[in-house]
Structures are given as structure tokens and as C-alpha cells.
Design a protein around this ligand. Structure first.
Ligand code: TPP
Ligand code: MG
Length: 394
């Protein structure tokens, strides 16, 4: 990447300790298919109480790493939304309240795996090592942007970490995710897994059913993750489906389907790890519903107070906040002091500010970039059109 190499170390994932889950909560996995799809797997309850038998895998390094990933997502979202309001950025969408769902699931992937995102996985991409400078360059659509300013802001893409460019058209990414998994089956050495994300709204689209059908039939190494934040812009979950849960839809396609508390990052990590390890063994796809809530507006172009009861949002913002839940867990274990927390905040905020300062004055992509990435070598017709355009601009 042209920029941001020094920032890369700031958000690299830590190696995962290879411990197997053991505690009573894991009896969830021994239930019949329907009970799993209708139930809700949880490790850290709302008041952060937990059975230590369920948290054996989460040592200090992994726990702090997961928390830092969520904190980075929240703090950068706040700064980028402020920049959007100041007119510096054209568009932005927060993941406020959903940080555990994105980070906890992506944390189960290894570096060679693929992540096919929907709208709210940019934090997860950065957690997996997406270059921060590259991400900010895409927000500005400047000359450092690998997509050459052709996408709306917040459509990052990072070939180095196999973070695939987001498709704005809802659910169109799901056949892509399933197709990548089929490609792994055909051409890979069997060690890679693809994780494809969607919102609850995407499960009503045709592409969801196409992808799930093929994934089930081909037993593809794909993990389909639905961040059920209970809203699709102004459509609530009750207006989206008559199904009892979203997870249960997977059973019709012969896909094992799990359902977890999406605001409990330890639970999200465990169900995701289970699914990723299963896919890597060649035992086929898993569908995961993560129950969470979109605390923020849909995007910077939306005002949710016009269509929903914000007193409900307040409960999710306070009592059910995934960062508070995990922070109490860290404090109970003596792994995060107030001073450690303050230092983490200062370091993240400074990194975001520094990167914005670096990227905001970078020039637009050159006109000649218009014909790049269309063919391997631009053909004469495109060269001719570019010359005409350059003459007009001059
Ligand atoms: C095919 C298609 N239809 C409609 C839209 C407009 N649109 C953009 S986001 C969105 C809602 C998405 O909801 P959901 O899948 O639950 O994801 P969330 O935004 O809640 O993360 C809609 C309707 C679109 N982008 N693509
Ligand atoms: Mg939604």
C-alpha cells in the first residue's frame, strides 16, 4: 500500500491459544438441530456474570485483543461520523452496538481465510490487519485508494487480508462468498474458509436463498453470518420475516444453524470458532445468527427517531452494551485498569487522527486511472477516449 505501513502494526490480530471449550454452556452444541437454531448461546450474561468453566480459552492476550478491536471500531466510527457531519467525508455508517458481532466472528478466522462483508464489517477487517491508511484513503476516495475513488466511502477492499469489496446491493455478496468457498473446494488445498456476512434484511433477498442452497448442496467451506440488528433501515425484524428466528431458515437448506447473543463477544467467538473449524475439517457450512441491535442510525443519511421508539434503543445502548460487558469481564480478571483503558483510548484516537491528517489532503486519483483495472492492458479504444477526455479537461 502506498501509505499507512507504519499504522499496520496498530491493529494486527494476536495469535489464538488453541484450547478447546469445555464448560456447561457448550452443552448448547449437543442439542438437536432445531433447538440450536431456536435457542441462544451465551457465555457472558448481561450483568457480565459467567461460569469460569466456559471461559478457559479466553486468556489475557486474547481477551484484551478482542476488546481493543471493539474499542477501535467504536472510537473510529465516532471520529468518522463527526467528519461526515463536518462535510469532510461524503458518507459513513456506524456499527454502534454491534462491535462484538463483527469482531468476535472475524476473530475466529485465520489470516489465509476470506471475509466477504456487508455494510458493518469494516472494524472486523481492520481487526484482521487491513491496512488503516488504505481504509482511510478509501473513505476519501483519494489517489492512495486501491479502488481508485470509484466506490462510495466505506466500501473498503484489502487484497492482502482477503477482505473482499462490499457490494452495495444487499445480499449480492452471499453468492460471491459461497462461490469463493466452492473455488476453495475445487482449487484450494482445503485449508481455507470463507466467511460471508449479511444483515437481517438480506435474508429476504433471493441471493440469500441461492447462496444457502448451493452451500448446503456442495457442503462448501463457508460460514454465513447474519448480524441481526433488528432493523433494515426503517423495517423492523417483525416486518422482515414471519420465521421464529433467522437461524432456523438455514435448516431448510440442510445447514447446521446456530444462534448466539451478538452482544456477548465470547459467545460470538465460540460459535464462530466452532463453525470455522468445522468448515476447515471439510464438514461443510454453518449459518450463524447473531442477535444484536443497531443502536446508531442506519447511515449518515438516516434519522431513526422518525420511525422507532428510541427508549428501546437506550436499553441496548446502556444495559446491553457489548463493550461494557467485556470491560467488566477484563476488570474482574484484573486485566484492564482505568489507566490501561485511558492509554488504549489515547493511542487509538491518535492513530485515527494521524491517518486522517495524512490522507485528507492527498490528491484525487489521476484521470488516467479511469482506464486502469478494466482490462489487463487498456485497449486502443480506451486510450483514445482518455486522450479525448484529457484534451477537454485541459
Ligand atoms: C437490493 C437492494 N435493495 C435495497 C437497498 C437499499 N438498502 C440499503 S441498506 C438496506 C437495509 C439493509 O438492512 P440489513 O440487511 O438488515 O443490514 P443493516 O443495514 O441493518 O446492517 C436497504 C434496504 C439496497 N442497497 N440493495
Ligand atoms: Mg439489519
Amino acid at each position: 500500500m502506498p501509505d499507512g505501513q507504519s499504522e499496520k502494526t496498530e491493529n494486527e490480530a494476536m495469535p489464538m491459544p488453541p484450547q478447546a471449550p469445555t464448560g456447561p454452556a457448550f452443552a448448547y452444541f449437543d442439542q438437536d438441530e432445531e433447538a440450536k437454531a431456536l435457542g441462544l448461546f451465551e457465555i457472558l450474561s448481561e450483568d457480565s456474570s459467567y461460569d469460569p468453566a466456559n471461559t478457559a480459552r479466553f486468556d489475557k492476550a486474547l481477551s484484551l485483543d478482542l476488546y481493543r478491536g471493539m474499542l477501535l471500531t467504536r472510537l473510529m466510527d465516532k471520529q468518522f461520523m463527526a467528519l461526515q457531519r463536518q462535510g469532510v467525508l461524503g458518507f459513513y455508517a456506524e456499527t454502534l452496538g454491534q462491535e462484538a458481532a463483527g469482531i468476535g466472528s472475524a476473530a475466529a478466522l485465520s489470516s489465509q481465510d476470506w471475509l466477504v462483508p456487508a455494510l458493518r464489517e469494516h472494524g472486523a477487517g481492520l481487526y484482521r490487519g487491513m491496512d488503516f491508511g488504505n481504509f482511510v484513503a478509501q473513505l476519501f476516495g483519494n489517489a492512495n485508494d486501491v479502488t481508485r475513488g470509484r466506490q462510495m466511502p466505506l466500501h473498503p477492499s484489502d487484497p492482502a487480508t482477503r477482505y473482499v469489496n462490499m457490494s452495495s446491493c444487499i445480499a449480492t455478496q452471499l453468492p460471491h462468498a459461497m462461490g469463493i468457498a466452492m473455488g476453495i473446494q475445487i482449487a484450494g488445498d482445503g485449508s481455507e474458509v470463507c466467511m460471508g456476512y449479511m444483515g437481517d434484511g438480506a435474508t429476504s433477498e433471493a441471493e440469500f436463498h441461492v447462496a444457502m442452497n448451493f452451500a448446503g448442496v456442495r457442503k462448501a467451506p463457508v460460514v454465513m453470518v447474519c448480524q441481526n440488528n433488528q432493523w433494515a433501515i426503517s423495517t423492523p425484524g417483525t416486518g422482515q420475516t414471519a420465521s421464529e428466528t433467522i437461524a432456523v431458515k438455514g435448516l431448510g437448506y440442510g445447514i447446521e444453524s446456530l444462534r448466539a447473543d451478538g452482544n456477548d463477544i465470547l459467545a460470538v467467538y465460540e460459535v464462530s470458532k466452532y463453525a470455522v473449524e468445522k468448515a476447515r475439517r471439510g464438514d461443510g457450512p454453518t449459518f450463524i445468527e447473531l442477535l444484536t441491535y443497531r443502536v446508531s442510525a442506519h447511515t449518515s443519511s438516516d434519522d431513526p427517531s422518525r420511525y422507532r421508539d428510541e427508549s428501546v434503543t437506550k436499553v441496548w445502548r446502556t444495559k446491553r452494551d457489548p463493550l461494557v460487558r467485556m470491560r467488566v469481564f477484563l476488570e474482574k480478571n484484573g486485566w484492564l485498569s482505568e489507566a490501561d483503558f485511558e492509554a488504549m483510548v489515547t493511542q487509538i484516537e491518535a492513530m485515527v487522527r494521524k491517518s486522517v491528517e495524512k490522507q485528507r489532503d492527498v490528491t484525487m486519483p489521476p484521470l488516467s486511472s479511469l482506464i486502469q483495472d478494466v482490462f489487463q492492458t487498456p485497449w486502443w479504444r480506451l486510450e483514445e477516449q482518455l486522450a479525448t477526455l484529457e484534451a477537454i479537461v485541459d
